[in-house]
Design a protein around this ligand. Structure first.
Ligand SMILES: [Fe+2]
Ligand SMILES: [Fe+2]
Length: 471
């Protein structure tokens, strides 16, 4: 394994210097990426930011920290170490050596999977581009930019695969990844949640908790892929993704902590007047981000996904820890369904139910956050609790797309839904209120009043470190 060479235009550990054609192709894509970053990336002008840059793919020392101007961030191409003995872990090719090239018969499907994953990465940068202007602290501002540069690198990771393995069509798709834009009328991003706005920091924390976590699960399934370069790419991306999860988890922690503190101090639930976010509003934001993220897992059943699995293109979460035959041809699973118009479950073959399997893994993981946040409320001596809404709540994809349900999973008539949705999803009033709290705090060691400071700084630095130098 070669260490990335930072003297190169595109730092990498994929031996780019030995493949002149590929190097030239990527070097000609690079200026387009940079101009996308300038026009669609973070809008707040900065001199430099205390960023983590990947320098190795192994161990604790895989990244270095330092102040860098964002435009000079070295977006590189890094694959996790190659295991020369790796074998396909599931599907009809189980036991075969992992593929180093794309098999002709699976080319279109693999390309599609890579494009869909690739499309989400720059989309989130676009969604978050204006948040710097209202950052609650320099620590948060730095985390936002860290997430942004790494999502940019994840785009590079997918573009590398498209250029290296999918020829001319791959290069065209790589261009398209810069042309589609989040929320655009003419050329929106592929998946719904990535066309929603991220207009305030509560949304940002919820997004990094719930929507980035969808990304973690998608990457987890692609890491199992028989196509080894995809597997190794995703393995390394997951390492960076852990920080994005941390930003979301602790971000919501800190909002809940601050709200709880003000509730206790003033002995009231009605804390909006004290400049913090009331628990019911936090719950509504949670309901929104959770339900749109559930949609990202697709329909409860999918023959495409069954075929991807059988072909070895996309596995299950932690495939190798599953105790079954890894072919699933004789297995069954219960999936959510509408039966005679009612919320129910039906049995389907395990292969067609794979989206449900992945969504359930994700839901179990999400409930971990809710437990954490409720412990904060409990420790503050408060009786209120947050919860995950029912899987049928506010769904636009899958079995429940055509109905409306309450967060308890009670099916509602359209008129009831219309009358009550404002109790469960952020209203314009809620959004305006949350936005009204979003005053920038760009001073060292200071923090906005609606959020508690973090317990730990970044890379052992204190909270009052100069994480960002503004322009
Ligand atoms: Fe990502
Ligand atoms: Fe992420």
């Amino acid at each position: 394994m070669t260490r990335p060479d930072y003297a190169e235009k595109i730092p990498n550990n994929v031996g780019l210097a030995e493949d002149r054609r590929l190097q030239r192709a990527l070097e000609s894509w690079q200026p387009n990426f940079l101009s996308w970053w300038e026009t669609m990336g973070p809008t707040l002008p900065t001199q430099d930011v205390y960023l983590r840059t990947a320098i190795d793919v192994r161990g604790d020392g895989w990244a270095q920290f330092g102040h860098v101007p964002m435009i000079d961030y070295r977006w590189g191409i890094f694959l996790a170490d190659k295991n020369p003995d790796r074998r396909v872990a599931f599907g009809q090719h189980k036991g075969d050596p992992a593929w180093q090239k794309v098999p002709g018969e699976y080319r279109a499907e693999l390309q599609r999977l890579i494009v869909i994953q690739g499309d989400t990465e720059p989309a989130s940068v676009e969604q978050q581009r204006n948040l710097g202007a209202t950052a609650p602290s320099l620590y948060d501002l730095r985390n936002l930019f860290q997430v942004n540069v790494e999502e940019g690198r994840h785009l590079w990771a997918m573009v590398y695969l498209l250029h290296a393995y999918f020829g001319r069509e791959g290069r065209e798709e790589a261009e398209e990844l810069l042309h589609r834009n989040s929320g655009s009328q003419d050329a929106p991003r592929i998946l719904g949640a990535f066309n929603e706005e991220t207009p305030d920091w509560l949304s940002f924390y919820m997004f990094t908790y719930f929507t980035d976590r969808d990304g973690k699960y998608q990457l987890g399934t692609l890491k199992e892929s028989a196509f080894d370069p995809l597997s190794r790419t995703c393995e390394f991306m997951l390492k960076e993704e852990a920080h994005h999860m941390m930003v979301g988890t602790t971000g919501v922690d800190r909002v809940v902590e601050r709200t709880a503190q003000v509730m206790v101090e003033n002995d009231t639930d009605d804390v909006a007047g004290y400049g913090v976010i009331p628990l019911p509003v936090i719950q509504k934001y949670l309901n929104f981000h959770y339900s749109v993220s559930l949609d990202l897992f697709g329909g409860e059943t999918s023959t495409n996904v069954a075929n991807y699995y059988t072909a070895g293109l996309k596995g299950r979460w932690l495939e190798e820890r599953r105790k079954d035959d890894h072919k699933l041809t004789d297995d069954a699973i219960m999936v959510d369904a509408l039966v005679d118009g009612d919320i129910a479950q039906v049995e389907v073959s395990a292969l067609t139910g794979l989206n449900t399997d992945l969504r359930r893994e994700y839901i179990a993981d999400c409930s971990g956050g809710v437990k954490r946040w409720n412990r904060i409320l409990e420790d503050a001596g408060l009786p209120q609790r947050l919860y995950l809404p029912h899987v049928a709540f506010n769904r636009k994809v899958g079995a429940f797309a055509g109905i409306e349900a309450s967060p308890d999973g009670e099916k509602l008539k359209p008129s009831e839904w219309a009358a009550r949705r404002g109790q469960w999803l952020p209203t314009d009033t809620d959004k305006t209120f949350v936005r009204s709290l979003m005053h920038p705090v760009h001073e060292r060691g200071k923090i906005a009043a609606w959020v508690a400071p973090p317990r730990n700084g970044i890379n052992g630095q204190p909270f009052d470190y100069d994480y960002v130098h503004l322009a």
